[in-house]
Design a protein around this ligand. Sequence first.
Ligand code: AHG
Ligand code: MN
Ligand code: MN
Ligand code: MN
Length: 336
Amino acid sequence: HSADAQRTDLMTITRFVLNEQSKHPESRGDFTILLNHIVLGCKFVCSSVNKAGLAKLIGLAGETNIQGEEQKKLDVLSNEVFIKALVSSGRTCILVSEEDEDAIIVEPSKRGKYCVVFDPLDGSSNIDCGVSIGTIFGIYTLADVHEPTIKDVLRPGKKMVAAGYCMYGSSCTLVLSTGAGVNGFTLDPSLGEFILTHPGIKIPNKGKIYSVNEGNAKHWDGPTAAYVERCKFPEDGSSPKSLRYIGSMVADVHRTLLYGGIFLYPGDKKNPNGKLRVLYEVFPMSFLVEQAGGQSFTGKERALDLIPTKLHERSPVFLGSYDDVEEIKALYAAEA
Ligand code: AHG
Ligand code: MN
Ligand code: MN
Ligand code: MN
C-alpha cells in the first residue's frame, strides 16, 4: 500500500502476534500475554543497558545508590526483571535461567502452561565496553496440567513452540519465531513499541563470513581445525571467508542470520562440550536459524534433536547458512 498508509499502519509486535494467533482459533491469547511480558522485560533491560555506562560514569554502579541500595550487576538485575515479568504474566509454570542453579517452579496460583528457559543477559563480558549484548529465550508448553518438574524442560529443542532474542546494540532489536518463520522488530523508543522491521528473515544459503574464537585454535579437534583452515585457505580457488567475532552470541547470530555465514563454538580438548548452554543458548538460536532456512549441528547430530539431561548442560554448536554447515557436517562424518 501507499507509503503514507505504511507510515500510519504500524505493525507492532503485539499486533503481529495477535494476527498469528488468529490462525490458531483454539488459542485464548495466552501466548500473546506471555510475549507481552517478555517484551516488557526486554524494554526494561534495554533502558538499563543504555544507562549502565552513565551509571558507571556517575559512580552508581558497584556502589550503594542514594537509597542506600546496593547497585546490582546488570545480569543479576536483568535476571530479576525477567523472573518477575514471567511470573506476573500468570502464563508460566517453570523457569530456567542461566543465573539460577535450580529451576524456578512458579507458585500454583500464578501458573500457566508455558515453560520458559532464558539467558537474561548474554555477552556480559561485553557490558563495560559498550559492545552489543542481549537476552535469549526459548518456550516449551505443557501438554496437560500437572505439577511441573525439570522433566518438562529437559526436552529436545525441536519441542519448543517459540524462541527469540533481544539484542541491545545501536538499536534494540527483537527477533522471534513461533514456528512459522522468523521476524525482526525494532524498538521505537518514542512509542515504546517494537515495530516490525525485518519481516520473514531468510538466511542466505551460503555466506562469506566465519565466526569463531580463534584463540582456542590450539585445542580444536581435527574436523573443526580442517574447516577453519579451509575458510582461510580455500582449495577450490574461491576467496577466503572474512572472520567476524563479537563475543556476544546474540550479536554473532544476528549478523549470521542477516548476512549469512557460519558461527561456531566447537568443543575442544579442554572443554569437549564447548561453552554454550543447550537450553537457553544453543536451542533457541538453532530454532531460529532453522526457521530462517539454515541449520545447526553439534558435531554429532542436529542440535534440536539433542536431549539434555542437566539444566545447564553445554554442547558444541555449528550454526548458520545451510551449505556452510553441510561442509563441516561432512568433515565430522568423515572422521566418525
Ligand atoms: P553469557 O554472557 O550469557 O555467559 O554468554 C557468553 C557466551 C556467548 O555470548 C558468546 O558467544 C561466548 O560466551 C563467547 O565466549 P568466548 O569469550 O569464550 O569466545
Ligand atoms: Mn549467554
Ligand atoms: Mn548470560
Ligand atoms: Mn554468563
